[in-house]
Design a protein around this ligand. Structure first.
Ligand SMILES: *Cc1c(COP(=O)(O)O)cnc(C)c1O
Length: 351
C-alpha cells in the first residue's frame, strides 16, 4: 500500500491500535520549499520553508488533530472541546465533522482572524466567544473537561503532540539530516515541543544522526517565556500566538536548553516586515504568527549571528488567507477605473 497517510507512514512512532480510525483529510506530508532570496541574503547555506499552510484546514494543527480526534472517538467520546486563538477551532471542528461528533470551541471575543471563525462556523462547531483571553478560555475548557465527558483537544492532549512531531520526521526524511536551526513561532508552545520530540525520536532510533538547535520566537507583546513571567494582557497582531501563559512552558524551555537553542521575541513591526517579504520576495502567503519564525531569523542575523554554512528551516504554520484583514491593511498598488482599455493601460503606466 502506498504510504500517503501519516498513520501509515509513521505508524511505528504513533500510539495507534487496530481500533484507531484511519479517517483522514490528507493532513501532513507538506512541502519543504527552498527560499528564493532570503536565504542567500542572510548568508545561509540553505533556507527552507516547511509549508504547513498546505494542510487541509490551512495550519499545522491538523497534524495533531487527526490523531487527537481519532483517539477521542476510539475511547468512546462523542464531543471534543478546545480553547482557541482560531486555528485549533478550525481544525477541531473539521475533524469532528469528519468523524460525525460534536465540537465546542471557546475563543476570545473579537480576537479571532476572520477566516478561522468562518471555518469553525461552516464545520458546525458550537462557538462560544468569551470576554477574555485565550488563557482564560483554556482554563475554562480544562475545568469543564474535568467534570463532563467531553475530550479536550488542545495541545495539552498528548496525541496532538504525537501527531505534530511527524513534521520533524518529514523534514529529516526529505533533507536526509536534521537542519542546523529550526525556526518556529511559539504561542502555547506545543509545537516547539512536538518538533523537538520528533527530532530526538528520530535520532534515538538512528534515523537522524544530528539534532537541530531550536529557535523559538514569541511576539514582543506576548512573550512570557522570554520575560520569565506570564503576561496578563498579551497583545500582538499575530493572534495565533497571542498567549500570556503557555501550557507547554516547561517543556518548551527544556527543548530550548537541550537543543542549545533560544526563545526570543520579535516586534509586530518585525513580524509584518517578514510577512511582507515572504509574500513579495518568496511567493509565500502566511498569517502573521507564521512570519514570526522568519522575523526571528532575520533579527538574529542582524544582531550578528553567523549563519554561513548553516541550513535553517522556518516553519510556516498557517495560511495567509485566514487573516484577510491583515492582508488588506498592507499598502497596495490598487486602483479602480471605468471598464475601458485606455484607462486600464493608463493605470498600468503603459503610455
Ligand atoms: C497554533 C499556532 C501557532 C503557535 O503554536 P503553539 O503550539 O501554540 O506554540 C503558531 N502559528 C499558527 C498559525 C498557529 O495556528
Amino acid at each position: 500500500m502506498q504510504q500517503n497517510h501519516l498513520i501509515e507512514k509513521y505508524a511505528e512512532f504513533l500510539p495507534i491500535t487496530a481500533d484507531t480510525s484511519r479517517k483522514s483529510l490528507g493532513e501532513g506530508l507538506t512541502p519543504l520549499v527552498q527560499s528564493n532570496r532570503l536565504g542567500s541574503e542572510l548568508g545561509l547555506k540553505s533556507l527552507y520553508f516547511k509549508l504547513e499552510t498546505l494542510n487541509p484546514t490551512g495550519s499545522f494543527k491538523d497534524r495533531g488533530m487527526f490523531l487527537a480526534v481519532a483517539k477521542a472517538v476510539e475511547s468512546g467520546s462523542e464531543a471534543v472541546i478546545c480553547a482557541s486563538t482560531g486555528n485549533t477551532s478550525a481544525s477541531a471542528s473539521a475533524y469532528a465533522a469528519l468523524h460525525g461528533i460534536k465540537s465546542f470551541v471557546v475563543v476570545p471575543s473579537g480576537k479571532i482572524a476572520l477566516g478561522k471563525l468562518a471555518q469553525a462556523t461552516v464545520h458546525g462547531a458550537t462557538i462560544i466567544q468569551i470576554q477574555g483571553s485565550f488563557d482564560d478560555a483554556l482554563q475554562i475548557v480544562r475545568d469543564i473537561t474535568e467534570r463532563f465527558p467531553v475530550t479536550l483537544v488542545n495541545s495539552v492532549n498528548p496525541h496532538r503532540i504525537d501527531g505534530q512531531k511527524t513534521a520533524a520526521f518529514e523534514i529529516v526524511d526529505e533533507l536526509g539530516y536534521s537542519p542546523d536551526i529550526l525556526c518556529i513561532p511559539v504561542g502555547n508552545a506545543g509545537n516547539i515541543v512536538a518538533y523537538w520530540k520528533g527530532f530526538t525520536e528520530y535520532q534515538s532510533t538512528g534515523k537522524a544522526s544530528n539534532l537541530p538547535r531550536m529557535w523559538g520566537f514569541q511576539a514582543a507583546g506576548a512573550a512570557p517565556i522570554v520575560l520569565g513571567h506570564s503576561v496578563s494582557n498579551p497583545e500582538t497582531i499575530a493572534t495565533a500566538i497571542r498567549i500570556g501563559n503557555p501550557a507547554s512552558w516547561t517543556a518548551a524551555v527544556n527543548a530550548r536548553d537541550q537543543s542549545n537553542g533560544q526563545i526570543e521575541s520579535v516586534t509586530d513591526d518585525e513580524i509584518l516586515g517578514a510577512y511582507h517579504r515572504l509574500a513579495r520576495e518568496e511567493g509565500v502567503f502566511c498569517e502573521p504568527a507564521s512570519a514570526a519564525s522568519v522575523a526571528g531569523l532575520i533579527k538574529q542575523s542582524q544582531q550578528g549571528a553567523n549563519l554561513s554554512q548553516l541550513t535553517a528551516v522556518c516553519v510556516i504554520t498557517g495560511h495567509g488567507l485566514k487573516d484577510p484583514d491583515t492582508a488588506l491593511s498592507i499598502e497596495a498598488d490598487r486602483v479602480e477605473v471605468a471598464a475601458d482599455a485606455l484607462l486600464v493601460e493608463e493605470a498600468m503606466n503603459l503610455h
